[in-house]
Design a protein around this ligand. Structure first.
Ligand SMILES: *Cc1c(COP(=O)(O)O)cnc(C)c1O
Length: 374
């Protein structure tokens, strides 16, 4: 049996007709940049995320960059985030000449440990970027309190968390700006790159709209130096079709997660401490962009599963503070032990909505067979 990490073809087989019809409408209009499809998508997603405004852009990475630019982050400023994320989170900070200040993660959730913030915030701190990693929000109550006490902005990296909730609040509506990605493997994925920023601050929204279009509200009249980071009409049209299915896909991801818990529970692997399952915290609504376990002898397990036809992924093998491009910052191993441990132990197993019950049984049986033989 073959179980890929993600099966976008299975999704396309179900909604291909709807998508092709939407694409044909855009092609007939020959309007490709921004336009009505983007405006409608922005309206729909602002409402979905309980935000007044949403602004489309070219990628999730650009969403983070534009959000920091809208907050005026530049050289000499510090931005607090964790070293356990996709590179874009920290890349956006460094590209603006600002200094990333890392705090470690909470090992139970892989997200920012809010209790460490007080020791990381300085008078130079301009913003905090918590990452809602794998589809579960960071501990936003603690993080919001710290941000308020020190008067710094929160930019939520919600790239993996569209539809997630924390204390009943939607991901992307809690901080000053929420940043989303439509990279194909995200819960709402396009046919290429795309991103979106949400906010309840109309001034910030206006600045984001300008910044994504070279700082001009009126073409050729530039108030700010921005970038070219627009969302395509074709992407928006495709995303609007997929958005109609998002809640159903999220429900399936959550059902799959619950089934994994049952299946793993029956193996005894958790009690034997061979495998640790992801924790869904109280007051959280996890959307399971990834189902990430910790596994003893992780690298050998990954190879074994590969041999048995099962796709898995390591998010993220090298914590950000130890990346070669940041060598000059002088970080060293041992500085952020939980991030480093997560990098060594974590393994994402298939969780996509179309995953069958039989495939999940095969995944868990295969993992059980690995540990019984080793
Ligand atoms: C995917 C992702 C991004 C970047 O999104 P792109 O659209 O690929 O640029 C940023 N942060 C996190 C946590 C992500 O998972």
């Amino acid at each position: 049996m073959n179980v890929p990490m993600l099966d976008l073809k299975a999704q396309y087989a179900l909604i291909g007709d709807e998508i092709e019809a939407a694409v044909r409408v855009v092609l007939a209009s020959q309007q490709f940049i921004l336009g009505p499809e983007v405006r409608e998508l922005e309206r729909e997603l602002a409402e979905y995320c309980s935000c007044q405004e949403a602004v489309g852009c070219a990628s999730g990475s650009d969403a983070l960059l534009l959000a920091l630019m809208a907050c005026g982050v530049g050289p000499g400023d510090e931005v607090v985030t964790t070293p356990y994320s996709f590179f874009a989170t920290v890349g956006s900070i460094v590209r603006l000449g600002a200094k990333p200040v890392f705090v470690d993660i909470n090992p139970a959730t892989f997200c920012m440990d809010g209790d460490l913030l007080d020791g990381a915030i300085t008078p130079r701190t301009k913003a905090i970027i918590p990452i809602h990693l794998y589809g579960q929000c960071a501990d936003m109550e603690v993080i919001s309190d710290a941000a308020r006490a020190h008067n710094v902005a929160i930019i939520e990296d919600a790239a993996q968390a569209i539809g997630a909730r924390c204390d009943g609040k939607m991901a992307g509506s809690i901080g000053l700006v929420g940043c989303f990605s439509f990279y194909p493997s995200k819960n709402l994925g396009g046919a290429g790159d795309g991103g979106l920023m949400t906010t309840n601050d109309s001034e910030i929204a206006a600045r984001l709209r300008k910044l994504r279009a070279h700082g001009a509200e009126k073409k050729y009249y530039h108030d700010l130096v921005g970038l070219n980071s627009r969302l395509d009409s074709l992407q928006a049209a495709i995303l609007r079709v997929k958005f109609r299915h998002l809640d159903q896909w999220t429900r399936k991801r959550r059902e799959n997660a619950a089934r994994y818990r049952d299946l793993f529970g029956a193996t005894g692997l958790v009690d034997a401490e061979a495998v640790t399952l992801p924790v869904e915290q109280r007051d959280q609504f996890h959307v399971y962009n990834q189902f990430v376990i910790r596994a003893r002898d992780r690298d050998r397990l990954k190879r074994y599963m590969q041999e048995k036809g099962i796709g898995t992924e390591i998010y993220y093998p090298v914590p950000l503070h130890l990346q070669r491009c940041f060598a000059e910052m002088g970080h060293r191993e041992g500085q952020f032990p939980e991030s480093e441990r997560a990098a060594k132990e974590s393994l994402a197993i298939p969780i996509y909505p179309e995953l069958t019950e039989r495939a999940q049984e095969y995944v868990v049986d295969t993992i059980a067979a690995f540990y019984s033989g080793s």
